[in-house]
Design a protein around this ligand. Structure first.
Ligand code: DON
Length: 558
């Protein structure tokens, strides 16, 4: 009974939020993305009469040109939309899929150990791209403009070229060895076999032609015909397993987002194949049972870390592609389940992860990208898109101008062995022909009585905890310009350690957490590239914040 009443209350709250949001509109539009050229592309399309969804296509496509280390036409993404007119909320799942001929033996070396090269470099690491179909779908079903208009800025930048920022050049140098293996990759990204230096102009006329094909013929321009044949031939020549069938059968999935309430705020977020929404719900449901305002920072962090630990354990155990495996989603998101988790948390002592049923994490950077958009009609887009690791697989098929992803590594390729993010998984997240790898991408909306926020970030397994900390700061009254820059901390069950950016904790806080049994490791690097926008319906104030960690980011309200 209690549950049914709870559901009814939640539905009523939802109804009022929808009605209230539909009743008025933001005074201006706001876009935050990882690059000023992408943000400008979005505003260009809005100025031509496009809506937030057309702008999202323009921003996403421009990012694929100006930030190819993070996302692109050879990758995929999850796009969370809210249409103001009817309150429809949907997640466009343009996640990559496993080739039908996938063979897990490819990812085990002769010595029986995981073959990390095959998992992360070159054609065997590349899954079937979803990004082109995602953009086509978004434009066709939600946009107002033809693709030719929303893709025009990206096509223009790809052909004319631009001068990459320092992050692009640094990340390119980090991936040089793999890029140099493949002639078309080297021709596109290297200068005389070397990583280019500042002042270099990057152009990709081949990518401009690929985008034009998509603009002219939609999915057929990429997934069928001449380009499909070129892609399949190129991948197979270098040892990959793609077939024409893989491309022809690729489909975008429209999925219902996950939604739950936290302290009077309605959170709308990514559903599987992302683990992000479920983990956010688990963590916030656990935290909702504490009077956090009455606690000092150390105890707040302790309880948050304990909730993170438990949510990441469940990710490894239960989650995979919803079209292929059953998942106890309702249970994991239920307040009763959270109460059980809460009961297992000692208020003063860390729970060693090894005491939780079983299931490791290196550094993670900014190679994936997130943009947030709000238009004057009140339409919202939170888009996170990726090629997985820096410059994806490093492999460019000759004549195409874009790098293929290495998203196969998001599968549990060798069950029980960690991927590049230290994430573990079991057969639920093993690749099956045509299945989608589990993601951490967590594009989210945070809807309150007066304020609406759109938020997300790259950062591999840390995406979820970054979005969590962003949501908590927004709810506490911080604006996107400031919270995107806050120092962050993270715990992912294994390794059993709180990793923290410089400045996240004072020395006293570290000592107090250690006294509770936590291990705290300060990271030399900073992580994430959060882009968020917000609107205060009461005051009309709008904000767009781009993470100061990325030197090219751009948040604009106009
Ligand atoms: O979908 C995922 O969870 C990963 N492919 C995201 C990769 C990522 O964020 C890399 N950036 N640091």
């Amino acid at each position: 009974m209690k549950r049914i009443r709870g559901f009814a209350v939640a539905m009523t709250a939802l109804f009022f939020v929808h009605v209230a949001l539909a009743a008025d509109t933001p005074p201006r539009a706001a876009i935050a993305s990882a690059h000023s050229l992408a943000t400008e592309a979005g505003f260009e399309v809005l100025a031509q009469g496009g809506n937030a969804f057309d702008a999202a296509v323009a921003v996403a496509a421009a990012l694929s040109v100006v930030e190819p280390q993070s996302s692109g036409i050879g990758g995929g993404g999850l796009f969370l939309l809210r249409r103001a007119g009817d309150g429809k909320e949907v997640m466009i799942d343009a996640r990559e899929t496993s080739p039908i001929a996938v063979d897990m033996k490819d990812y085990v070396g002769a010595n029986g150990e995981p073959d990390r090269d095959h998992a992360t470099n070159g054609p065997l690491s590349a899954a079937i791209p979803g990004e082109p179909a995602g953009l086509v779908w978004m434009a066709k079903h939600y946009g107002k403009l033809p693709l030719a208009k929303s893709l025009a800025p990206a096509i223009r930048i790809a052909r004319k070229g631009f001068k990459p920022d320092g992050r692009f050049l640094k990340e390119l140098a980090m991936r040089k060895e793999v890029i140099a293996r493949y002639p078309a990759s080297a021709a596109l990204y290297l200068v005389d076999g070397e990583a280019p230096k500042s002042g270099w102009t990057f152009k990709s006329p081949d990518l401009a032609r690929v985008l034009e094909r998509i603009a002219e013929s939609g999915n057929d321009g990429f997934y069928r015909g001449e380009l499909a044949q070129v892609l399949v031939d190129g991948v197979r020549r270098q040892g990959g397993r793609w077939t024409l069938d893989d491309l022809a059968k690729y489909e975008v999935k429209e999925r219902a987002p996950l939604a739950f309430d936290y302290r009077g705020w309605h959170i709308v977020t990514a559903s599987p194949p992302s683990s992000g929404g479920i983990a956010l719900a688990e963590i916030l449901n656990v935290l909702g049972g504490y009077d956090l305002g009455k606690l000092d920072r150390v105890h707040r962090v302790h309880l948050t870390v304990e909730a993170m630990r438990r949510a990441y354990r469940d990710r490894a155990e239960y989650l995979g592609d919803p079209d292929f495996v059953g998942m106890p989603i309702a249970r994991l998101m239920s307040p009763d389940y959270a109460a059980g988790l809460r009961a297992s948390i000692h208020p003063e002592k860390a729970t060693p992860s090894e005491l939780l049923p079983p299931y490791l994490a290196p550094e993670q950077g900014t190679h994936t990208t997130h943009f947030s958009i709000m238009d004057k009609e009140g339409n919202l887009v939170a888009g996170t898109q990726t090629v997985n690791l820096i410059f994806g697989s490093g492999f460019v098929v000759p004549g195409t101008g874009f790098v293929l992803n290495n998203e196969m590594d998001d599968f549990a390729l060798v069950p029980g062995k960690p991927n590049a993010f230290g994430m573990l998984g079991n057969d639920r997240n093993a690749p099956k022909p045509g299945s989608r790898p589990l993601s951490s991408m967590s594009p989210s909306f945070v809807i309150g009585e007066d304020k609406v926020g759109v938020i997300g970030t790259p950062g591999g397994s840390r995406i979820i905890t970054m979005v969590l900390e962003g949501i908590l700061a927004f709810i506490d009254g911080e604006s996107p310009e400031t919270f995107v820059g806050n120092p962050r901390y993270h715990h992912q069950y294994m390794p059993d350690v709180i990793s923290a950016e410089k400045g996240a904790f004072t020395p006293d806080e570290v000592r107090a957490l250690e006294a509770m049994g936590h291990k705290v490791s300060e990271s030399e690097r900073r992580w994430g590239f959060m882009n968020a926008v917000s609107w205060d319906r009461k005051t009309g104030a709008m904000h767009a914040g781009s993470d100061p960690r990325g030197d090219s980011g751009s948040g604009v309200v106009k």
